[in-house]
Design a protein around this ligand. Structure first.
Ligand code: MG
Length: 245
């Protein structure tokens, strides 16, 4: 799974560097698609068609801009100064999946956008630190939820982290809030995606007419940070860790 993690990290590093004012979301998807082809990897998204999806996703990347926060379907949109864009990417390499997301601001940042991004990143770090043999899934959820609460964000627990393996989504569900010392015991060898996402002033979301893109109910912006993490006797290993930046 390290190979898959490294590849997903490389793609997000590239996309972060290419996301800029004037760049079309479809261009970012095309860059990711070309990297998948060059690596001989497989997209986890393109044929993805869960019960809540209107049709197969059809793209290899999620691009959620401003008040969109999850599952953003790339479309013909050119990034503008100050846009907050969340990039979520999962791929399979040699039959094993990794899943990761990062939020970036293109052009001039708004302070409240920097704050929500920084908080999701800190919540992700807290969740990873809690992913230890002998703890439980609820300890990860509680660690994430505590960071959110201290920053004043309310947490939506409808969508959260998940087991990762041969497929993108497996048990357990890793909610972004919860009670410590509850849920599945964490054992060495378990690999999970931990993915806090917070909205600036609500925990309610609505689905776009495209059937995928999840948007805040009040128009406030949101951010999303995700890593795929292996739980080992020696502590958590962040398989999708990027070089700085
Ligand atoms: Mg993801």
């Amino acid at each position: 799974m390290r190979a898959a993690g490294r590849f997903v990290a490389d793609v997000l590093t590239e996309l972060k560097s290419r996301a800029a004012v004037g760049v079309n979301l479809l261009k970012l998807d095309a860059i990711a698609h070309e990297m998948i082809r060059a690596r001989g990897a497989e997209s986890c998204y393109i044929d993805y068609h869960p019960s809540f999806g209107a049709s197969p996703f059809g793209k290899v990347l999620c691009t959620s801009v401003n008040d969109a926060v999850l599952h953003g379907l790339p479309h013909d949109y050119v990034l503008r100064d100050g846009d907050l864009v969340s990039l979520d990417f999962a791929a399979s390499v040699d039959g094993w999946v990794a899943d990761s997301a990062v939020s970036v601001i293109v052009g001039t940042p708004r302070p409240e956008d920097l704050r929500v991004i920084e908080t999701t990143e800190r919540a992700l770090d807290a969740g990873i630190a809690a992913a230890r043999v002998g703890s439980r899934v609820g300890d990860i959820s509680a660690a994430i939820g505590q960071v959110a609460a201290e920053a004043g964000y309310s947490v939506n627990t409808d969508f959260g982290g998940h087991g990762v393996g041969r497929t993108m989504h497996g048990d357990p569900h890793v909610a972004n809030n919860g009670r410590p010392n509850r849920g599945l015991p964490l054992r060495a060898g378990l690999v999970i995606a931990i993915e806090p996402w917070f909205l600036e002033s609500t925990d309610k979301i609505v689905t776009d007419p495209d059937g995928w893109t999840l948007r805040s109910a009040d128009g406030s912006r949101g951010a999303h940070s995700e890593h795929t993490v292996a739980i080992t006797e020696d502590g958590p290993i962040v398989l999708t860790a990027r070089a700085r930046g």
